[in-house]
Design a protein around this ligand. Structure first.
Ligand SMILES: Nc1ncnc2c1ncn2[C@@H]1O[C@H](COP(=O)(O)OP(=O)(O)O)[C@@H](O)[C@H]1O
Ligand SMILES: [Mg+2]
Length: 231
């Protein structure tokens, strides 16, 4: 059995007097998509930012992609692909140029072919030479997904990746997550969209006020939420 993609034990984080995470213990497994759901302010983004090495927990033990955080954050960064509310691409560069920078950073083999393939797959090929600042919200989200997938990371960390996507973008997102997991990769999918959970996730965590309120098969967690039991 391979090591967990994420192993979190007692993760806690506070912002001043506010306890954003109050002791989260969970694993994410290779080949599986773990959804994280919960109301606004329940701690989802705080958790994802810690997993993505962009923030540090105040307490608890954490390993991501087999490396411990915060000690081995450089090694972790090489192994994760992250989508946050910012596309993390320079707005004055073209999409292809921005992706090339990331490809160089990660030592992606045959970067031009990989960039062309991803832009084609995400329907961005006709615009790949335009400055990113001219992109619509949905195009930016597609571009962020291209960037996250570019270096074929072991673990995808996605915060509301369907925001701004149209129906075809959403279908692409679902297909990419499933293909990534079918290849043995892992994904942590933060979303308020229960349809995405149903389409992509094997397991789901429901966060409530920084605590895990439910952790189980995605279908069970969705049923409880739709039934209002855990709303
Ligand atoms: N940088 C910050 N400074 C102060 N409070 C924060 C900060 N980031 C998040 N919080 C607080 O932490 C809690 C969890 O926020 P967040 O993780 O963004 O929730 P979610 O993504 O589930 O909507 C909220 O109460 C929020 O106000
Ligand atoms: Mg959030």
């Amino acid at each position: 059995m391979s090591a967990p993609a994420v192993s979190a034990r007692g993760l806690a984080k506070r912002f001043g007097p506010r306890e954003a995470l109050r002791g989260l213990t969970f694993d994410a497994e290779p080949g599986r998509c773990l959804a994280v759901v919960g109301h606004n302010g329940s701690g989802k983004t705080t958790l994802l930012r810690i997993l993505a090495t962009l923030s540090r927990a105040d307490a608890g033990e954490l390993s991501v992609a087999g490396r411990s955080l915060p000690k081995e954050s450089v090694a972790v960064r090489a192994r994760i692909g992250v989508v946050l509310d910012d596309a993390l691409l320079p707005s004055d560069l073209s999409l292809a140029e921005g992706l090339r920078m990331h490809a160089d950073l990660h030592g992606v083999p045959s970067p031009e072919a990989r960039i062309a393939e991803l832009c084609e797959r995400f329907g961005l090929a006709p615009r790949q030479d335009d400055p990113v600042r001219t992109f619509s919200r949905g195009m930016l989200q597609r571009a962020a997904l291209c960037r996250a997938l570019l270096h074929a990371p072991e673990l995808l960390l996605l915060d509301e990746p369907s925001n701004g996507l149209d129906a075809s973008g959403t279908a692409l997102l679902d297909a990419e997550i499933r293909a990534h997991c079918a290849r043995g990769g892992a994904a942590v999918l933060v979303t308020h969209d229960l349809e995405r959970v149903a389409a992509c996730a094997d397991r789901a965590l429901h966060l409530r006020s920084g605590r895990i309120d439910a952790d189980g098969p995605a279908a069970d967690v969705i049923r409880a939420l739709r039934g209002g039991a855990a709303a």
